[in-house]
Design a protein around this ligand. Structure first.
Ligand code: BES
Ligand code: MN
Ligand code: ZN
Length: 475
């Protein structure tokens, strides 16, 4: 028994140890024991939550425990929970850091997108308002927690954007949301349709032309690097299709509502910029997102149309539903040309095929650079947002060759759909180290997870925030 537990046991006349025995509570990971109105203690309930063996404790496990506390008590009528973090001698993590990780997990799990529920019953509304954490060395715990809170604010921003329906959040309002980052010191430019035309973004504009809602490209710059160091920025690029009907190659109606979150790549980039600026990351970072709505209409592009991308390369659009790559083609090119970044990472809900390959827990990683791929994989493992790398090579690339234009936007053959999509993107990347994350499977969760309530996950913000912290801010 830990010191605090022992003290509570004594005060309650042994009720805690009797309850532990009666319920076979051993403190195994995730084990939960609740004592209601324990006698001798001025508490409405006492909860013991197992985190397993001391030597197995790590950040992810502590975050999950924090999340469990929130999910287990959110609607139980309690408004305040006090968590006691005792020093555990064998723990590989300092007690103050344990407290910070617990708080981070609890915060991440407390997210809720409730703005459209006007008639909710009181018993379904969260009662929990305050989580207090009691720990020796609370100054150190607070210090460790401060940047995590900023990261969480970025994650929440992304979840909010991803959850909004497409009648509310279309390119213009999404651009305006990005603009709010200015109050954190991010420089935000909004390029309108006329500007995109001048730049020659024919691939992006072709996707947008079926919608009455005009497209935008938003450029966000955070300059946090110490003077004269690491001047060249790291760049993050996002697919922002605020609704994807498929266009003239229209999607089946079943499940089409999911395509409101086809802007998640851009949502992650915007949330990431918020996190980086919030915690004043010592890095120069740029975020560029391409915002369009993919609609069928009298003005929509047709299968067989040929568009000229900003790079000058021409594309035969054989399927108007393979639109994300058309948007990213121009945004990647623009970003690389304007900023000469030291590396680029793009995020996109790009293919249904990635869900076939990896399901809904792990994102697809594609890269032209082993080092970059390794660092992204490590960052993902560290925060519990895993990625799995896929191969790329010329034999896949060849499948995009076209008789009438420089390339076509689908291969027209079966198989390897996520890889050929990545190969398409690579045709718009020059020598710069680049990685593409296909987040189609991980952006939305149909079930609650320890630190992620069901709905928009914000997958990618924590991964890239960690990648920047561990890899870009140092080197
Ligand atoms: N946004 C979709 C991909 C998608 C599918 C995301 C399901 C999330 C869930 C993308 O624009 C798309 O339609 N891709 C096509 C490509 C195909 C036409 C080559 C696909 O995956 O079917
Ligand atoms: Mn599509
Ligand atoms: Zn799409």
């Amino acid at each position: 028994m830990l010191p605090t537990t022992a003290a509570l046991d004594k005060k309650s006349g042994g009720a805690v140890s009797r309850a532990m025995k009666a319920s076979r509570f051993k403190g195994e990971k995730g084990q939960w024991l609740s004592l209601l109105a324990p006698s001798g203690l001025p508490l409405s309930r006492l909860v013991l939550l197992g985190i397993g063996k001391a030597e197995d404790i790590d950040d992810k496990r502590l975050q999950a425990a924090g999340g469990r506390i929130v999910s287990g008590l959110a609607t139980k009528g309690e408004s305040t929970v006090r968590v006691v973090v005792d020093a555990i001698k064998e723990s590989p993590i300092r007690t103050s850091d344990m407290a910070a990780q617990l708080a981070f997990g609890a915060l991440l799990r407390s997210y809720r997108f409730g703005k459209y529920r006007t008639k909710e019953k009181a018993k379904d509304k969260p009662s929990l308002k305050t989580l207090m954490i009691q720990v020796r060395g609370h100054d150190a715990a607070r210090k460790a927690y401060a940047p995590m809170e900023k990261t969480a604010a970025g994650v929440f921003f992304t979840r909010d954007l991803v959850s909004e329906p497409s009648n509310v959040l279309y390119p213009e309002p999404l651009a305006r949301q990005a603009k709010t980052l200015e109050k954190l010191g991010v420089k935000v430019e909004i390029l309108n349709q006329a500007r995109l035309k001048k730049l020659g973004m024919g691939a992006l504009l072709g996707v947008a032309q079926g919608s009455v809602r005009p497209p935008y490209v938003v450029v966000m710059q955070w300059k946090g690097a110490p003077k004269a160091k690491n001047k060249r920025p790291v760049a993050f690029i996002g697919k922002g299709v605020t609704f994807d009907t498929g266009g003239i190659s229209i999607k089946p109606s079943n499940g089409m509502e999911d395509m409101k979150w086809d802007m998640a790549g851009s949502g992650v980039v915007i949330g990431l910029m918020k996190a980086l600026a919030g915690r004043k990351a010592k890095v120069n970072a740029v975020g560029v997102v391409g915002l369009v709505e993919n609609m069928p209409s009298g003005s929509a592009q047709r299968p067989g149309d040929i568009v000229t991308s900003m790079s000058g390369q021409t594309i035969e659009v054989l399927n108007t539903d393979a639109e994300g790559r058309l948007v990213l083609a121009d945004v990647l090119w623009y970003c690389q040309k304007r900023f000469k970044p030291r590396l680029m990472v793009d995020l996109a809900t790009l293919t249904g095929a990635i869900i076939v390959a990896l399901g809904t827990e792990i994102a697809g990683l594609f890269s032209n650079d082993d080092d970059l791929a390794k660092h992204l994989t490590e960052a993902g493992d560290a925060v519990g947002e895993e990625v799995w790398r896929f191969p790329m090579n010329d034999s896949f690339d060849k499948l995009l060759n076209c008789n009438i234009a420089d390339m076509k936007n689908i291969t027209g053959t079966r198989g390897a759909g996520s890889i050929t999509a990545a190969q398409f993107l690579q045709r718009f990347v020059n020598k710069v180290p680049w990685a593409h994350l296909d987040i189609a499977g991980v952006t939305w969760s149909s079930k609650d997870k320890p630190t992620v309530p069901k709905g928009g996950t914000g997958f990618g913000v924590r991964l890239l925030d960690r990648f920047v912290a561990d890899y870009c801010e140092k080197g």
